[in-house]
Design a protein around this ligand. Structure first.
Ligand SMILES: [Mn+2]
Length: 226
């Protein structure tokens, strides 16, 4: 079976529980739509676990990119990352040996920004619609910042005819316009599925969600942190 989840944000124990819940095995495949770290307690454990699975494919999110930008010394990168809850992750990465840190940075830099999978387009934040001749053409025109940061410009508008875009980044209570931490199926355009149910948004009853692409079953792990 093929599964997708997103925005684990350092909640390693919730990830473990979810993999048990779906009975994730060697014949299954998992796609994680970015944002492995920050805010939750065990960011490095999430990275270390996912990077050694050969049936897991991670797509890069804005938090993963913020790590790369910080260690590349980009202007403003430190402030932006700290503002977005990166403090603990930064300290943990700085405490590693240079070689382990470089392995992690190389791995993060190698992650794709989107994956086209049958009728699905898997991406962290979304797509910016532009005139295009094919889906591949549209994907090739995307800019990094849109793929990892876009919000309303994507989710409030029609996306790609004949395809469904599965994304994280924007928590589903915001998409539902209520406090519903459930997978969001675009009720207007029917072409998007939001799966970030806020694993780290504890005060708002956040959950880690997982969607099976082969039978559409939904799985949820409630926050383990009081
Ligand atoms: Mn996120």
């Amino acid at each position: 079976m093929r599964y997708v989840m997103a925005d684990i944000h350092g909640q390693y124990a919730m990830l473990e529980t979810m993999l048990e819940e779906i009975a994730f095995g060697a014949d299954d495949q998992l796609f994680v739509l970015g944002d492995l770290t920050d805010r939750g307690p065990e960011s490095l454990a999430v990275i270390r676990f996912l990077m050694r699975q050969n049936n897991v494919q991670v797509i890069r999110g804005n938090h993963d990119q913020m790590i790369l930008d910080y260690f590349a010394g980009k202007a403003g990168a430190r402030e932006r990352w700290m503002r977005n809850g990166g403090g603990v992750t930064k300290e943990a990465l700085l405490a590693l040996s240079n070689s382990e840190r470089l392995d992690i940075l190389d791995w993060l830099a190698s992650l794709p920004l989107y994956i086209l999978l049958d009728e699905y387009i898997l991406v962290h934040a979304g797509l910016r619609m532009r005139p295009h001749t094919s889906v591949t053409d549209l994907l090739a025109q995307q800019e990094l910042n849109d793929l990892i940061w876009i919000r309303e410009d994507f989710y409030a508008h029609p996306a790609v005819p004949g395809h469904k875009v599965i994304f994280g980044h924007t928590r589903t209570p915001r998409l539902w316009g209520s406090n519903k931490a459930e997978i969001w199926y675009d009720p207007v355009h029917h072409d998007k599925i939001g799966i970030d149910c806020g694993a780290h948004a504890l005060a708002r009853g956040g959950r880690l969600a997982c969607l099976c692409l082969d039978d559409n079953r939904e799985f949820y792990v409630p926050s383990l942190v009081p």
